[in-house]
Design a binder for this molecule. Structure first.
Ligand SMILES: Cc1cc2nc3c(=O)[nH]c(=O)nc-3n(C[C@H](O)[C@H](O)[C@H](O)COP(=O)(O)O)c2cc1C
Length: 184
């Protein structure tokens, strides 16, 4: 069973990214993956100290270990001022390198209130993950107008968009099988 870690890329209270991330988690579970959802609003306070660059607090270990044991990472990023949220970059900077991203398959989903669906942050992140030698899954999904895109139950309304996300889930799992690390 492939292990997928989903990173919901913000710590904003009431985040739409987290709502979508929960739906993506269900999609991976339906496909038989073992999924962990990393919610950056749950990061421990001790990680936000100057010392954390040098010595990681034990409370950060569940986050760093989830990334390290994953066969594939799914990054779901909102757009904040034309880029990914600062906390997502900070989280990336707190992870062990190079092993957190080197040769690890990564897929991207962008979410924005605006019309561009976080194209900019996704492309900026592709540059970062490319630099870190991740295996980038080329089929990205963008969700523009996210506020209107969700129903009262916080689920995506549009059948076509849902299908694109499901197609990405299936395709990414095939990609993980093809290029990823072998099962232990
Ligand atoms: C600090 C901040 C900056 C934002 N900048 C943008 C932006 O540049 N473009 C855009 O389309 N939406 C922007 N938004 C709106 C987000 O896209 C919106 O909050 C959306 O629901 C996804 O983020 P969320 O997970 O925080 O809900 C911004 C939101 C915040 C909190």
């Amino acid at each position: 069973m492939k292990k997928i870690a989903i990173i919901a890329g913000t710590n904003r209270k009431g985040s739409n990214t987290l709502k979508v991330a929960k739906q993506i988690r269900e999609m991976y579970q339906k496909c038989g993956a073992d999924v962990e959802l990393l919610d950056l609003s749950q990061l421990p306070a001790e990680i936000f100290t100057p010392d954390a660059y040098e010595t990681k607090p034990a409370s950060f270990q569940p986050f760093s270990e989830a990334v390290l044991r994953s066969d594939g990472l799914v990054i779901i990023t909102p757009e904040y001022n034309g880029g990914p949220p600062g906390i997502l970059k900070f989280f990336i900077d707190m992870l062990k390198f190079p092993e957190s991203f080197d040769s690890r398959p990564v897929a991207f989903i962008g979410i924005a209130a605006g019309n561009w669906g976080a194209l900019r942050p996704v492309e900026q992140l592709q540059q970062i993950f490319g630099y870190r030698n991740a295996y980038i899954y080329p089929r990205r999904v963008f969700i523009p107008g996210v506020v209107e895109a969700l129903n009262d139950g916080d689920k995506i309304k549009d059948a076509d968009l849902k299908l694109r996300l499901e197609t990405q889930v299936e395709g990414f799992l095939e990609f993980v099988n093809a290029v990823g690390r072998q099962e232990n």
